[in-house]
Design a protein around this ligand. Structure first.
Ligand SMILES: [Ca+2]
Length: 184
């Protein structure tokens, strides 16, 4: 008979060493698991980066003529004004929401000026309480709200709100009905 304490200690050592032996091969699978996870994370980061780039560059949209006409109508623009708005948008941007004129600081489909109407930083500001960047996205609701404000202001000042856009007197004073042909 040995010392029960010593026997217990020996038992414990055997138990611990058996655990270590069992775990040794596991280390390799842990390592391979870590490697696989590392590769997966890398793959996910790469996928995320590619998707972000695709989304960033796919924000650009050239509106269809009738698509734009319908957006104007949905935003309560008087129907008889819509042909002229389309003519202005066509000449200002070609209906492209990403259009920016770096020289004059005009933004979006309606080329809204940053001088009076929108802020160039991240805080919405100036007369339309908007960022200029928000006039270059695909949602035209705030663009249309702003052009209506510009129109009203110029209507008050000059008797014709469309005068705010130089292309109006150059190209859009006549019959613009062809712009909404087949739209409504
Ligand atoms: Ca917008």
């Amino acid at each position: 008979m040995g010392n029960p304490d010593l026997l217990e200690d020996l038992d414990q050592r055997i138990w611990i060493s058996s655990k270590i032996r069992i775990r040794e091969p596991d280390l390799r699978s842990v390592e391979s698991f870590v490697n696989r996870t590392y590769k997966m994370v890398h793959y996910e980061i790469l996928t995320f980066t590619v998707l972000s780039l695709v989304l960033t560059f796919s924000e650009g949209k050239v509106f269809g003529r009738c698509e734009l006409a319908k957006k104007l109508l949905q935003n309560n623009v008087p129907k008889n004004q819509i042909p002229t708005w389309l003519c202005i948008a066509k000449h200002e941007s070609g209906y492209d929401n990403t259009k920016i004129n770096w020289q004059t600081g005009d933004h979006g489909v309606f080329q809204i000026s940053q001088i009076y109407w929108c802020s160039t930083d991240n805080q919405p500001g100036k007369a339309c309480q908007s960022t200029c960047a928000s006039f270059r996205d695909e949602n035209l609701n705030n663009d249309i709200a702003c052009v209506r404000k510009i129109y009203e202001e110029h209507q008050r000042l000059s008797g014709n709100g469309f005068n705010a856009w130089t292309v109006y007197s150059q190209s859009c004073k006549g019959d613009n009905s062809q712009y909404v042909k087949g739209c409504f």
